[in-house]
Design a binder for this molecule. Structure first.
Ligand code: SF4
Length: 223
């Protein structure tokens, strides 16, 4: 059986298969922003004590920059008033052998929608980001197969915005997930990906490595 592809790898290939190729042997470290949001999320549905959460964050990530405390305080203020449901389980490992994927879903609930993912990005003006639709589609497949909970939707927590959004999965989301999964599999099988026509290069952390002057992408990738 082929190794299961992690949901995070599917999303990396969704962002850009070239970036997934360049980062395939060196997974990115967790960002301080995510560390803050993840810890805050574990307190949602109860009164929020910023001092206590910050202490926990420094235990989880002792080297975190003190400046991240300001970010935490902003997030706490924005998250105070939303009606956050309390999960029955957190950080649950899930998989789908049918699709050959796996991941860890942030929260499971007794009621529908039965799961949530935690994001450290701002919420879009409405709905959820396109990449999060792919995440929700992938986790829904895993939750159905691992936990026996069939669902057509999942929740997305946008911690910096204090927003909880429902994502109702559309066929296009599942198609997008399958395309990105196939792209990830091709890279994992050793294929060198082509640079997508509309690659999101602005702000990409691999930009210098990917497109140095006078060096072709394929040449670089063979290094
Ligand atoms: S610079 Fe563009 S093509 Fe290269 S990895 Fe980043 S997004 Fe992909």
């Amino acid at each position: 059986m082929e190794p299961r592809v992690r949901v995070s790898q599917i999303l990396s290939a969704h962002f850009c298969p070239v970036r997934f190729y360049l980062e395939r042997d060196s997974p990115r470290a967790e960002s301080p922003r995510y560390t803050v949001c993840k810890q805050l999320s574990s307190h949602l549905g109860r009164p929020l004590d910023a001092n206590m959460i910050w202490d926990e964050i420094r235990t989880v990530s002792p080297g975190i920059e003190p400046a991240m405390r300001l970010f935490l305080d902003t997030c706490v203020e924005r998250c105070r008033d939303a009606g956050w449901p309390r999960p029955s389980e957190v950080d649950v490992s899930v998989f789908s052998d049918r699709l050959g994927i796996r991941g860890r879903v942030d929260k499971i609930f007794e009621d529908a929608p039965p799961f949530a993912i935690t994001r450290s990005s701002e919420a879009p003006p409405a709905g959820v980001h396109g990449a999060d639709r792919i995440r929700v589609a992938a986790y829904a497949a895993c939750v159905a197969e691992t936990l026996g909970i069939e669902t057509g939707s999942g929740l997305v927590e946008y911690i910096p915005s204090g927003a909880l959004r429902t994502c109702t999965i559309q066929p296009g989301d599942r198609r997008g997930m399958l395309r990105s999964l196939a792209a990830a599999r091709r890279v994992m099988a050793g294929q060198i990906p082509r640079k997508p026509r509309r690659a999101p290069c602005t702000g990409c952390v691999q930009r210098e490595r990917c497109t140095p002057t006078g060096t072709s992408l394929s040449g670089l990738l063979r290094e």
